[in-house]
Design a protein around this ligand. Structure first.
Ligand code: GLU
Ligand code: ZN
Length: 462
């Protein structure tokens, strides 16, 4: 039996939940559940300009739709409440004081323009741009002078000189960074709000998080956060950084690849089981290849098999899991998903011919609507059959009514056509499509007058 672990998802509510973030949330969830531990949701909303409560509401909805649940969070409470960082100002104040007493921080009065100029100078002399430490050496009088001018300082963490920071990344293995390569970084913004490096690390420690899983883009932030935790005397969680999600072209998933938000997939009719089965296999190799129900995923999750290299998202694979998921649903469930609850004949007819609800449109049109104009291939099929074929079909329909078997045998007797030459033109004329569900039940659902009209159109000599 493993030790119960505490994992978390810590999104910034600055936009919709994307597949990449949903994946790290999901892996963290699986890891907690596998170990019999706890999974936390924490909202990182200290950036007041970019955070919106609308996004918090949406991402909670998206996570719930995926089927995830959490043991602590803004909506469920918990022992470390509050779980929205914007409400944790008091907690952070105590921590700033702790650092001030140790002399580990100092106020920085540099303006954005001054910082930009300094970065430019460093770049032009071939050095990586970092804070030059200008305000570290200010004495009390110099600080008072700047305060008197009405300047509002940020608070910077004074990175200790010549320290080696080592940790074992749970995905990348041993890591080694030099403090000499880091500039003093901001832990409190000018407006008094807590900056990411600080509140993210502090809260992980205070909330008892044991395993942080996040995207590779955060790997180089970790040594800074470890310095902070050490200075505060807080316990380090284990950090793991997973390879980013990339599009089919190998570049990180972004707007260029289409929205790729969870919401978009939900709106298109993807099933949460399909999305989860896809995410489960992006940068992770579990010990089970086939489709899994969410309830069975924790057991098969292998945190030691999380990938370092970028994982490629390919919608074709998602469609595969969509088919697998649909195949496991009852007719009633498919009906509800299609918005055709109770229409059992229709659901039974089309469910094996559709992957997304939009795919049902042609069959809805075939049964109750207007057919779209024929495509080129379909026109050729109809033309090849010829008007005499359709005259025979109209006559046969008069006799057979909605009995497909009888209809086709009458047409065969009158025209001598069989196989595809017999069925294809009838299918195209009646449904507008060269493929699709069984015609016998479809014909029964169609209005007989409509069926007749659709055959008559092609029975006229051109
Ligand atoms: N709020 C951060 C983000 O969304 C959290 C990073 C982390 O998981 O530590 O990128
Ligand atoms: Zn400064």
């Amino acid at each position: 039996m493993s030790i119960p672990l505490v994992t978390r998802f810590a999104p910034s509510p600055t936009g919709s939940l994307h597949l990449g973030n949903a994946r790290t949330a999901f892996f963290s969830y699986l890891w907690a559940r596998k170990s019999g531990g706890r999974f936390l949701l924490r909202i990182e909303d200290t950036d007041v300009d970019r955070s919106q409560t609308r996004f918090t509401d949406e991402l909670i909805k998206d996570l719930r739709w995926l089927g995830l649940d959490w043991d602590e969070g803004p909506d469920v409470g918990g022992p470390a409440a509050p779980y929205s960082q914007a409400q944790r100002g008091d907690v952070y104040r105590g921590m700033y004081q702790r650092l001030e007493h140790k002399g580990a921080v100092y106020p920085c009065y540099c303006s954005a323009a001054e910082l930009e100029l300094s970065r430019k100078l460093q770049r032009s002399s071939g050095k990586p741009p970092r804070y030059a430490g200008t305000c570290r050496a200010l004495n009390a009088a110099e600080r008072a002078d700047r305060e008197a001018q009405g300047l509002r300082p940020t608070l910077r963490f004074a990175v200790p000189a010549d320290v080696i920071i080592e940790f074992v990344d749970t995905v990348h293995g041993p890591q080694r960074f030099l403090s000499a390569d880091m500039g003093d970084f901001i832990i409190r913004r000018e407006d008094g709000t807590a900056a990411f490096f600080f509140c993210n690390a502090v809260d992980d420690a205070l909330m008892g998080v044991t395993q942080v899983l996040r995207g590779d883009d955060h790997l180089t932030n970790t040594p800074r956060q470890l310095l902070l935790l050490d200075a505060l005397g807080l316990k380090r969680p284990a950090y793991g950084h997973v390879g980013l999600l990339v599009g089919a072209d190998g570049t990180p998933l972004s707007k260029r690849h289409g929205s790729k938000s969870v919401q978009e997939f939900r709106q298109r009719g993807f099933l949460s089981a399909a999305v989860l089965n896809q995410l489960y296999r992006l940068g992770h190799t579990g010990d089970h290849d086939g489709w899994l129900a969410l309830a069975d995923m924790p057991e098969h999750f292998r945190p030691e098999h999380l990938g370092r290299s970028p994982a490629r998202f390919d919608e074709a694979q998602l469609l595969h899991w969509q088919k697998e998921s649909l195949g496991r649903m009852t007719d009633a469930e498919v009906g509800a998903w299609l918005g055709a609850a109770g229409d059992t004949d229709f659901v039974a007819l089309v469910r094996h011919n559709i992957v997304l609800p939009a795919d049902a449109q042609p069959w809805i049109a075939a049964i109750r609507g207007e057919l779209a104009p024929l495509g080129e291939a379909e026109q050729r099929i109809v033309a090849h059959a010829g008007p005499a074929f359709f005259r025979a079909a109209v006559a046969a329909l008069g006799e057979a009514g909605q009995d497909w078997k009888l209809l086709t045998s009458l047409v065969r007797d009158h025209t001598g056509r069989k196989g595809a030459d017999l069925f294809m033109p009838l299918r195209v004329a009646l449904t507008g499509q060269a493929h699709g569900p069984e015609l016998a039940p479809l014909l029964k659902m169609m209005n007989p007058a409509t069926a007749r009209q659709r055959l008559e159109v092609h029975a006229q000599n051109p």
